[in-house]
Design a protein around this ligand. Structure first.
Ligand code: SAM
Ligand code: DTB
Ligand code: SF4
Length: 325
């Protein structure tokens, strides 16, 4: 049991493995203890997603509905209008979301899209919301342009361990992901980076994925932990379901390795019971995506989440307030 939770970037694989494999009650107790040192345990941050460009993606991510290489029948759209993004963000704000995350099904943005992306960031920021984008790999100029337009966060997931990466994606490498993450951080944009569990990976892949995030030069500010949403006609459509306890262990490991990061209980909540989500919050998750659609897949409806918060005595975290003590 740790007395305090110092911010460390030198965790070893043995340490991470030992934490992950603690008796479950010890693991949850330790995660909750660390959580309380940095956050109000009864506050959860709400983010809202919008797909600003859907489908037709050139990458071959085996989990994704939006890859043109997968069989999923999702038609490709163009980048949506700036005004539409701002009006959707306004609605999300009225619904209590404090962070607006705009996602595009791209390997990387084209320079011709940059002016519209900058206008989206400025428009959403003017509403008083935090802005986040997830657009694929970025070059240095694109990073600077997004930063200068006021982008607060960039989401770029490592998705799995370095070892398992090529089983899931072949059109880019794990190192490509780390490279974009480093560019984003060096430019001063806050990093949101996590991954997916339940893709047929081994326990060591879940541990190594969290270890890779926790040994970056700085911990990501947000760490989304997604449970795979199996999508018909993708290579992972029929993958065996992960034991939910393994998912909770992964959340707890993220909390203990990265004590000050927001750990987001991301995709897959539609199939989770209130009890399972409560266990994830107890294990240190303190952020969710709200609204009935993620990018293309289902998410619990707002009234269901309001009822869950009421059942658990959880209140939404205010914007600009990370709950830190
Ligand atoms: N194209 C950009 C990229 O891949 O970086 C941004 C959008 S992409 C859809 C954002 C993230 O959503 C992925 O990195 C992955 O972690 C997550 N994701 C996508 N499909 C998912 C699924 N079926 N289940 C769980 N998470 C998923
Ligand atoms: C993240 O880690 N999860 C979100 C967000 N970052 C962009 C996306 C989840 C996508 C789930 C599948 C879909 O909606 O298509
Ligand atoms: Fe494209 Fe992103 Fe989906 Fe991969 S995860 S196929 S990069 S939209």
């Amino acid at each position: 049991m740790l007395d305090a939770s110092p911010i460390r970037n030198d965790w070893t694989r043995e340490q991470a493995e030992a934490i992950y494999n603690l008796p479950f009650m010890d693991l949850l107790f330790q995660a909750q203890t660390v959580h309380r040192q940095h956050f109000d345990p009864n506050q959860v941050q709400k983010s809202k997603l919008l797909s600003i460009k859907t489908g037709g993606c050139a990458e071959d991510c085996a989990y994704c509905s939006q890859s043109a290489r997968n069989g999923a029948q999702l038609s490709a759209s163009k980048l949506i209008e700036v005004e539409r993004v701002i009006s959707e963000a306004r609605k999300a704000k009225e619904g209590g979301a404090t962070r607006y995350c705009m996602g595009a099904a791209w390997r990387s943005p084209k320079d011709r899209d940059m002016a519209a992306l900058e206008a989206m960031v400025k428009g959403v920021k003017d509403l008083g919301m935090e802005t986040c984008m997830t657009l694929g790999m970025l070059d240095e100029e694109q990073v600077f342009r997004l930063r200068d337009s006021g982008l607060d966060y960039y989401n770029h997931n490592i998705d799995t361990s370095e070892r398992y990466y090529s089983e899931i994606i072949t059109t880019r490498t794990f190192a490509d992901r780390i490279d974009t993450l480093n560019k984003v951080r060096e430019a001063g944009i806050k990093v949101c980076a996590g991954g997916i569990v339940g893709m047929g990976e081994q326990q060591m892949d879940r541990i190594d994925m969290m270890l890779a995030l926790a040994t970056l030069e700085e911990h990501p500010d947000s760490v989304p932990v997604n449970m795979l949403i199996p999508i018909a006609d993708t290579p992972l459509a029929d993958v065996a379901k992960l034991d939910p306890i393994e998912f909770v262990r992964t959340v707890a490991l993220a909390r203990i390795l990265m004590p000050k990061s927001h750990v987001r209980l991301s995709a897959g909540r539609t199939d989770m019971s209130d009890e399972m989500q409560a266990m994830c919050f107890f294990a240190g998750a303190n952020s969710i995506f709200v609204g009935e659609t993620l990018l293309t897949a289902d998410n619990p409806e707002e009234d269901k989440d309001s009822a869950l918060f009421a059942r658990l005595g959880i209140s939404p975290m205010a914007v600009g307030c990370d709950g830190s003590k």
